[in-house]
Structures are given as C-alpha cells and as structure tokens.
Design a protein around this ligand. Structure first.
Ligand SMILES: [Fe+2]
Ligand SMILES: [Fe+2]
Length: 212
C-alpha cells in the first residue's frame, strides 16, 4: 500500500511476465471511497489494510469502472465486511452484477451525472470500455481534482507506487483506436474529458500521472 497523492492510498499488484500493474484506490475523504476492488484474491489481501486505514469507520461507496475481474471481482469480499456498501457503476454493469452473485446496494450512473457526499463531489464520464465497446465509467472527484481513468490511460511496467508527469491534453490525445476502436465514440469521449482539469490521473494500470 502506498500513499500516492495527498489523501489517496494505492493498493497494487505487479505481474512481471506481463509487465502489468493493477491498482485499487482508497480516497480518504470524510466518507471514504474505494475505487475498484481488484480480483477476489487481491480484495482479500487488501481488506485488512483498508480496515486499518478506516479505523472503524464504514466504507460507504465502491466505484466500479466496468465489469471485469480486476475491477470488481472482489466485490463480495467487501460486501461481506461492509454490508451497507453502495456499488456505483454504469447501468450495464448494474444489470450484470446480480448475475455474478452480488446482492448488495447498487447505484447506476451515466455521463454527466453527479454524486455529492461528505468530502467528495464526483462526476461520471461514460466510456466505451473494452473490446465490446460496452459502457463503463471513469470518475472525476472535483475536490481533490483526481481523475480515476479505469483502463483508459494505461501503461506497462512495474508502476507500483510510482507517478510520472504529463500533460492532461496529451494523455487525452493518446487514447487511440486500439483502446476505443470506434472513431465516433472516441471523439465524444475525448471532448468530454477536455472539460475536466485534473491534477492527478489515478490509473487502473501503470503509472499514475501528475498533470502539468
Ligand atoms: Fe478492463
Ligand atoms: Fe482494468
């Protein structure tokens, strides 16, 4: 676990053969927020660390970018520990989760929706995630100016606890057709991202980015 930026804790696993890192985040605002659970194995590994950080406080929200084992495979482990936790995800993901045995609370969000809570103000951005171009979400927390990019701005390498510097506009321009293989949808996403002004990109994979 690393305190990667201000009140943001990062939990990670690095998979050497793939040069791939998978991160989860705990934003320690008044109502703490977990972003991504990791796989079930990862969730069981990080839960004790998260409990320690929360010091008896409950976990109110888990943000899930899209339906995939590294993003939400460990939801049930968290639900067991925090039965009232609310999973915030896209409408598609909200329909899928019960099929995977999750019977906890769900809040479905879409492009431009907002969610305000104690110490945070979240804005949601639709993004057509993964090969099937199904709707996932990215998250912008306006108080901390952190953008949680899911799989959008990933890099390879051992990036555990590491940040790099870049320009927000360059990161947006670097999202290519390999990641979002539909030019029209890519353009809509890039236009919507240009409206934001983050200080940090908390990536799902690879190096976190401090925006110059
Ligand atoms: Fe993914
Ligand atoms: Fe991912």
């Amino acid at each position: 676990m690393n305190l990667i930026y201000n009140d943001l804790y990062q939990f990670s696993i690095h998979i050497p053969p793939m040069q791939f890192t998978i991160h989860q985040y705990l934003l320690m605002c008044a109502d703490p927020i977990l972003v991504s659970t990791g796989t079930m194995q990862q969730a069981e590994h990080i839960l004790p660390e998260i409990k320690k950080l929360l010091k008896g406080q409950t976990l109110k929200y888990i943000l899930v970018s899209h339906m995939e084992s590294d993003e939400c495979g460990g939801l049930i482990a968290f639900q067991k520990e925090y039965p009232d936790v609310i999973t915030v995800c896209s409408q598609l993901c909200a329909r899928e989760l019960p099929g995977f045995g999750y019977n906890g609370k769900i809040l479905a969000k879409k492009q431009d929706d907002l969610l305000d809570g104690n110490g945070f103000s979240l804005k949601f951005i639709d993004y057509p995630s993964e090969v099937h171009l199904q709707n996932g979400l990215a998250f912008y927390e306006e108080n901390s100016k952190i953008f949680f990019s899911g799989d959008l701005m990933l890099r390879f390498g051992d990036a555990v606890g590491k940040t790099m510097d870049s320009f927000w506009k360059e990161e947006i321009a670097a999202i290519d057709l390999e990641r979002i293989p539909n030019a029209e949808k890519l353009e809509v996403l890039q236009k919507s991202l240009l409206q934001l002004n983050p200080d940090l990109i908390a990536v799902g994979h690879g190096f976190c980015i401090k925006c110059k």
